[in-house]
Design a protein around this ligand. Structure first.
Ligand SMILES: [Fe+2]
Length: 299
């Protein structure tokens, strides 16, 4: 029997009583899916999910993204990316700097990102407290507070999302050694357009679906007007009242809903403070199908 312990903050809950390593009963998956929409960030203590179990659990939510050309995946399991600053014989075993600016995963993709599933194996600690925490902001709560005239103005508008903006930011601001995007890479990942306001497929609530990482413009507006409106929305979502800090514990399995939040991985730990996570990114290829949601929640 699962029990849900909300953080009491704007996001976050701990779910007790789950064993995510085995075959999760359908009614437990229904509870988790509903809680994911409601609380946005879920923590399951003491799971220690290794790559195969992580992949199997993640696939319940949709197709797992396999990033071509990314080196840091679990050997033999391309769906599982290793995020880590740990070195073995001088070589990094994972991607050391993933997510260190505000964004929502995969909004630059035609098929949006849905759930991130992370299994924590090493969590840096300092003065008895975990560091390397992940910050979130709740775009469902922020949407609920938008003034009616802004909602009217945004209704029917779309925004452009482009991975190249983030790519160049990492090169410019974060010292990333990645080369500029080549014409081939650009052709593989052209800019995409998504509605600015979206209905969350689990909760049915309105969501603000733009983010600081990938959204370049509100479509169909003069550039200055687009920039002002986008800045207004980004500032609105970033208000402290919508924000939540998720602290990791070793053995945790954590899920977060990309459709209703932004996140940011705090880079507040050093190279001698090991952090190691294994991750699956699940696409929103099924969650916008009402039949899938109905069946999953009805179980
Ligand atoms: Fe991310």
């Amino acid at each position: 029997m699962l029990s849900i312990e909300p953080t009491g903050q704007v996001l976050g809950a701990t779910i007790h009583g789950a064993d995510l390593r085995g075959d999760l009963p359908r009614h437990e998956f229904a509870t988790i899916l509903r809680a994911l929409g409601e609380y946005g960030v879920l923590r399951f203590p003491e799971q220690w999910l290794e790559a195969d179990a992580l992949r199997r659990f993640s696939a319940r939510f949709g197709a797992i993204q396999v990033l071509k050309g990314i080196r840091h995946h679990e050997p033999g399991v391309p769906e599982v990316t290793v995020l880590s600053n740990v070195r073995v014989n001088g070589d990094l075993i994972g991607a050391p700097d993933a997510g260190q600016s505000w964004h929502t995963d995969m909004t630059y993709s035609q098929t949006k990102g849905f759930v991130n599933v992370l299994s924590a194996f090493k969590v840096p600690m300092r003065d008895g407290k975990p560091i390397g925490s992940t910050e979130f902001t709740n775009t469902q709560a922020a949407a609920a507070d938008l003034p009616a005239d802004v909602i009217t103005r945004l209704d029917g508008l779309t925004a452009t999302h482009d991975i190249e903006m983030f790519w160049e930011y990492m090169r410019r601001e974060k010292g990333s050694l990645r080369p500029p995007m080549s014409p081939e890479m650009r052709a593989q990942r052209p800019p995409v357009h998504h509605p600015v306001l979206m209905t969350h497929p689990i909760t049915g609530r309105r969501v603000i679906y733009v983010n600081p990482g990938f959204t370049t413009a509100i479509d169909g507006l003069p550039p200055a007007e687009s920039a002002d409106l986008l800045a207004y929305l980004l500032d609105h979502v970033m208000q402290p009242k919508y924000r939540y800090v998720h602290e990791w514990a070793v053995g945790d399995l954590a899920l977060w809903d990309n459709l209703g939040s932004w996140h940011y991985a705090r880079p507040d730990y050093g190279p001698d403070e090991p952090r190691l996570m294994k991750r699956c990114q699940v696409m929103a290829d099924r969650i916008f199908d009402p039949a899938f949601v109905r069946a999953a929640l009805a179980a």
